[in-house]
Write a protein that binds this ligand. Structure first.
Ligand code: A3P
Length: 330
């Protein structure tokens, strides 16, 4: 363009300015890249991740659309990869184990998003050349990016595993609506009109949207390569936590030795336990987003308290038309 500012930027950021733009819920700009919508500041980090990241044979990449159980999945994978929990050696006495539960539990010290960072927004957004190679193996990362823009090495490295979690679209939308209302419309401001939120969600014009394409793409890949990609549903984790957590651990090559171990991990990662840690009540790790906003009701079917039959039908219709013939039911 001849503008001197552009010379400091590389190709990716130059293109960001040229991408189609939209307004998300009257609150932030988003732009369309590779068919999906992102906060403009995330496109360059996503491009750097895609073009430079080298997967290791034992990497674990977690993936999810926002508000589908990311925090829960991060907590579970942390526990599974560290199972069994190291017990403090100096402790003795009857309450030794109970004390060890909180004192030695990394979940009590920091929010799961601190331990397993979202790669485009927390790692590449802050440093274009992060030192990911000194991270002890196996490395655990998370991304909200769609499958189509993942680095080739994550797709092709035979050992690198991907765990995807998703959720019923109506509950996802309601969770997203609460989350963004709490961030963008605090202090008693009216919540964003729900009918407009549903419109955006169904047309896909929202952060990391379209949701339905995001889910479908990972679903189809997981069907093709079930040992490479594990596809989890929030509702199934809620309904049968032990069975699902066992499946997850086996997939990660860390099967449990006993039922007790499974129960312990499920308990350690429960919403009730996590939300009561000081760090999750009053801490914050992301752009001033309070950690408490990651823990709300965690209920299946909460949408029934908010969506009119018309809005519900609008989402169901969209889901039906997008997922038709794929075998996916959400
Ligand atoms: P609700 O808003 O429906 O309560 P994400 O972690 O992807 O941002 O998703 C947030 C949703 O997961 C929120 O749903 C939140 O309450 C729920 N959640 C967070 N931690 C959880 C846990 N340990 N177990 C179950 N649900 C959890």
């Amino acid at each position: 363009s001849g503008n001197s500012h552009d010379h400091q930027d590389d190709d990716a950021s130059f293109r960001v300015n040229e991408l189609p733009r939209a307004r998300f819920w009257d609150a932030m700009d988003i732009c369309q890249w590779e068919g999906s919508w992102f906060e403009p500041g995330l496109v360059k980090p996503a491009v750097t991740f895609r073009t430079t990241f080298q997967a290791h044979h034992d990497d674990v990449l977690l993936a999810s659309p926002p508000k589908t159980g990311t925090t829960w999945l991060k907590a579970l994978c942390l526990c599974i990869m560290q199972n069994p929990i190291p017990i403090a050696t100096s402790d003795s006495g009857v309450n030794a184990e109970a004390a060890a539960d909180d004192d030695d539990d990394i979940l009590a010290k920091d929010n799961p998003h601190f331990h397993i960072q979202t790669i485009e927004s927390m790692i590449y957004a802050t440093k274009p050349h992060p030192d990911l190679y000194s991270t002890p193996s196996p490395r655990l990362f998370h991304t909200h990016l769609p499958y189509k823009v993942l680095p080739d090495s994550t797709k092709n490295s035979p050992g690198c595993k991907i765990v995807y979690i998703t959720r019923n679209p109506k509950d996802t939308l309601i969770s997203l609506w609460h989350f963004f209302n709490s961030i963008f419309r605090p202090n008693g401001l009216e919540p964003y009109p729900l009918d407009r939120a549903v419109d955006c969600f169904c047309s896909g014009v929202h952060q990391y949207g379209p949701f339905f394409d995001h889910v479908l793409e990972y679903w189809l890949e997981s069907q093709k390569r079930p040992t490479k990609i594990l596809f989890l549903k929030y509702e199934e984790l809620k309904r049968e936590p032990k069975a699902e957590v066992k499946k997850l651990a086996s997939f990660l090559g860390r099967p449990f030795a006993s039922e007790e171990e499974v129960e312990k991990v499920v308990w350690r990662c429960s919403l009730e336990r996590l939300r009561n840690f000081e760090v999750n009540k009053n801490g914050s790790i992301l752009y001033g987003v309070p950690n408490s906003s990651y823990f709300r009701r965690g209920a299946v079917g909460d949408w029934k308290n908010y969506l009119t039959p018309e809005l519900e039908e609008q989402i169901s219709r969209t889901a039906r038309s997008k997922f038709e013939g794929s075998g996916l039911c959400l």
